[in-house]
Each structure stands twice: as structure tokens, then as C-alpha cells.
Design a protein around this ligand. Structure first.
Ligand SMILES: Nc1ncnc2c1ncn2[C@@H]1O[C@H](COP(=O)(O)O)[C@@H](OP(=O)(O)O)[C@H]1O
Ligand SMILES: [Mg+2]
Length: 431
């Protein structure tokens, strides 16, 4: 069964409430609600009108999902974001993907990890997460135009010898959907391959594009450390919403000296939409708080995040910058965009990322983190202080690095970065 066929099968069980319309025309005017919810006509604007629906259980973070109202009503109330519906769908998709990833990480097998052409690792959970997010977005937001810019493709899974891996991914995706109970769907292996390949969009400056890293920080994931499911949406080239599911991030602040107690709870879901700030929920949906970036003004009091992997960011350069600023605390090194989430809630005050020469940053590695930090009051720029441009396709195309901090510290940080880069150019071996 092709994925499209799966979707139409679901639509076909919907009750007809408009007998005068032809069947196909009629159905094209309706949206598929979460199970148990009523089906109401699509509004002329093309936006959905939902009434209060039962909350999906698997990730109560989807309890942000508390019934949808018409976008007309939302836009007449300043407390609603104009991307409310899309944000709810993104949270649901990322939460489900997080559950799939948690299950795999608990008992990861050697055979679950493969090597891509660029020799970076990819796991059954990367593929499963991408298939699941693609599927959930299309179920929640049916529309003719669906564009997804995502990290993985199914090329390696279609090769001889990959059948067992594909079977395992398909089983994982189906089990996650079944446990959640929102959708009455059973996917075939072909459906899963197609869902993964829906992430091949090139993005760009026009229209809407979803941007997904199904597992950001795959190396951390395989090590048993931090990783994130990072999902954002671009509208006319701008990031307008983003969600970061970080299953291993403690709900309490982390620092270079943090230690878990037996009471530490893990699993954070950060979400942001443009103009509406950033929220952090627990992945099980039990707590929600609005978060804000650190207000530290003295660099000596600031601490900074960087990649765990020295191959991903030049630790010597960041230590030179920290020294110039007078930062006293040692760096907090963790994998993935969990760094953006932790920064957004004020765990540290600075995030530094300086890939080695020749590396091209991809938009899915930063889009969600960018809006989570920006909406929490932070500033994210390249190493020259320029805005990041997510509208150029799959790559960000910047040549130096990415820096983030609060508005007060940014001028000082920028100066320290510029001075350190000049020193590095003048004498590369000293850093
Ligand atoms: N040589 C390199 N330099 C910089 N970033 C790299 C890199 N190789 C891989 N990456 C990116 O760094 C991401 C992880 O970031 P971090 O270092 O913050 O954990 C990886 O995401 P994936 O794990 O999704 O592939 C990958 O996109
Ligand atoms: Mg990534």
C-alpha cells in the first residue's frame, strides 16, 4: 500500500455530511482529524476548523493539542499564533518520533547502526523518525503542497542486503503508531521508503517548507548521550516555528558541573513560533514553562556550550574566545541542538560553533534551534554578526561559524570572535 493510499483509506472511513457534493470533491474539502475527533469542513482560507478532540496519549506534550479552533478565531485573538495548527502538528510529530528513538536507544544493536557514504553514522531510528514525522505532518495537515527538507533518504535501504533493516524500521514505525492509537494505519515497507523520501525537497525562499533533522546528534544517540528531533517550518524563507524534542535532556538546568540525582527527570520538548516566545514542556506533558535566555551581562559569569565532538567544532578556537571574554567556567560539551534548547532556558549564556574548514552547514541542523533561541530573547548569527539565511536551499552557506548569546553580551562576544579569528588566520598553529 502506498502511503497516499494509506491516507486515502483513512479519509474513506469519514462519514459523509455533505451528500450533495461528489465523493471525491467532497473529501478533498475535509481534513483528517485525530481519531475520535469530529470532521468539519475545511475553511475557505484552506485552514482547518476543529472542535475539542481527545488528547493523544502517547506523548502528552501533544496536550498542547487541546482542540483546534478556526484560524479566523485565532487571528482575531492576539493570544494565538497564526501557526498554532502547524505548531501543534509539529509537536505531535516530534513527540512520536522521540518515543520511537527512546525505544531504539534503550536497546541499540550493532546492526541498528550503519555508515552513510560520508562515513557518518545513521541508525534505524534516524530513518524511523523521519518516516514518522513525514507521515504525521501529512496526516495532521493534509494539503496538496507538502514540502519537507530532511536529512535522510532511502537510497541505502533500497540496496540488496538492507531488507532486514527496512523490516525493523517498518516494525518500529508501525509499533509507535499503534501504541499512540491516534491513527488507524499499518504501513508497508514501501510506504516507509516513500515517507522517508518525501524529505528530498530543496526548500528555498518561496512558500512553506518543513525542515527536519530526524535525529540530530546521531553520534550522541549511539553513545547513549544527548540527541534531538529537530523540526521547523519556513514560510517565505523565514523560520516561523520550531520544535526540539530532547529525550535525554534533564528538565532541570545543566552546567559543566551538573550531576544527575535520582530525582532528575529527563525529556524536554521546546517549541516556539514567531512572535510568541519559547515554551518548554516535559516530553510526558506533565509540566510547561515559558523559557528565557540568560540575562548574564558579565562575560566572567557566563558559561558556554559547544559540540561534544571536536570534529564538529574547533574547541581550541572557542577556548581562545572564552579566554578573551574572561569566561571562567569550563565549556559544557553536549551533542545536538539540545544545546540551543538549554541555551534558550538560560542554562548557559553562549553557544559557539566553528566547523573545520570546508564543512557546509545544513539548514536542518539549525532551523529549529534558531527559532527556539530567538524567541527566548537570544541572538543567533554567523561569526561576522550576520543573520542566518535559511532560504538558500538545503545548505546555510556560511563560511566561519555560528554564535549565539543574549542581546547584551553579543557585541562583546562578536569582538572576541573577530579578534580570535584574526589571530587564527595570522598564526593558525597557535590555536
Ligand atoms: N565535520 C563536521 N563539522 C561540523 N558539523 C558536522 C560535521 N560532521 C557532521 N556535522 C553535523 O553536526 C551535527 C551534530 O552536531 P553537534 O556537534 O552539535 O552534536 C550532525 O548532525 P547529525 O547527527 O544529525 O548528522 C551533523 O550534521
Ligand atoms: Mg543534525
Amino acid at each position: 500500500m502506498a502511503l497516499g493510499a494509506g491516507l486515502s483509506r483513512l479519509v474513506a472511513v469519514a462519514p459523509s455530511v455533505n451528500p450533495s457534493a461528489s465523493r471525491s470533491k467532497y473529501f478533498s474539502h475535509f481534513l483528517i482529524p485525530p481519531s475520535g475527533a469530529g470532521l468539519l469542513p475545511r475553511q475557505p482560507s484552506g485552514r482547518s476548523l476543529f472542535f475539542r478532540c481527545p488528547l493523544p496519549r502517547l506523548a502528552d506534550s501533544t496536550s498542547g493539542y487541546r482542540g483546534r479552533v478556526s484560524l479566523a478565531a485565532m487571528s482575531s485573538s492576539s493570544s494565538f499564533s497564526s501557526y498554532e495548527v502547524e505548531l501543534a502538528a509539529a509537536k505531535k510529530a516530534a513527540s512520536l518520533a522521540a518515543h520511537l528513538c527512546q525505544k531504539v536507544q534503550k536497546s541499540i544493536l550493532q546492526s541498528d547502526v550503519q555508515s552513510k557514504a560520508d562515513r557518518s553514522p545513521v541508525t534505524v531510528a534516524d530513518y524511523g523518525s523521519q518516516a514518522l514525522v513525514s507521515l504525521v505532518l501529512r496526516m495532521e495537515l493534509p494539503s496538496k503542497s507538502f514540502s519537507l527538507v530532511a536529512e535522510e533518504d532511502s537510497g541505502d535501504l533500497r540496496k540488496d542486503g538492507a531488507q532486514e533493516t527496512l523490516k525493523r524500521i517498518t516494525k518500529l514505525v508501525n509499533e509507535t503508531i499503534t501504541t499512540d492509537g491516534t491513527y488507524n494505519l499499518s504501513l508497508s515497507e514501501v510506504d516507509v521508503l516513500d515517507a522517508i523520501d518525501s524529505g528530498k525537497s530543496e526548500g528555498g525562499p518561496y512558500g512553506r517548507h518543513w525542515v527536519l533533522d530526524p535525529i540530530d546528534g546521531t553520534k550522541g544517540f549511539v553513545r547513549g548521550d544527548q540527541y534531538a528531533i529537530a523540526l521547523a517550518m519556513l514560510d517565505e524563507g523565514k523560520v516561523v516555528l520550531g520544535v526540539l524534542a530532547c529525550p535525554n535532556l534533564p528538565l532541570t538546568p545543566i552546567s559543566s558541573t551538573y550531576e544527575h540525582s535520582s530525582k532528575t527527570e529527563f525529556g524536554c520538548l521546546f517549541s516556539a513560533s514567531i512572535g510568541f516566545g519559547t515554551k518548554m514542556e516535559s516530553l510526558d506533558g506533565s509540566t510547561t514553562t515559558k523559557v528565557h535566555i540568560s540575562t548574564v551581562e558579565e562575560p566572567a559569569d557566563a558559561s558556554f556550550f559547544e559540540s561534544f565532538e571536536a570534529a564538529h567544532s574547533m574547541h581550541d578556537l572557542s577556548s581562545c574566545i572564552a579566554e578573551k571574554l574572561g569566561v571562567k567556567a569550563p565549556p559544557v560539551r553536549i551533542d545536538s541542538q539540545a544545546k540551543y534548547g538549554a541555551l534558550a532556558r538560560g542554562d548557559g549564556a553562549i553557544y559557539l560553533r566553528f566547523p573545520h574548514k570546508g564543512y557546509r552547514e545544513k539548514i536542518w541542523d539549525h532551523a529549529a534551534g534558531f527559532i527556539v533561541v530567538s524567541e527566548a530573547g537570544g541572538v543567533v548569527t554567523d561569526a561576522s554578526g550576520n543573520d542566518l539565511n535559511f532560504s538558500k536551499g538545503r545548505y546555510l552557506d556560511l563560511d566561519t561559524g555560528i554564535i549565539c548569546t543574549n542581546k547584551k553580551l553579543m557585541p562583546l562576544l562578536l569582538k572576541a570572535v573577530q579578534d580570535s579569528l584574526k589571530e587564527k588566520l595570522a598564526s593558525p598553529s597557535t590555536l
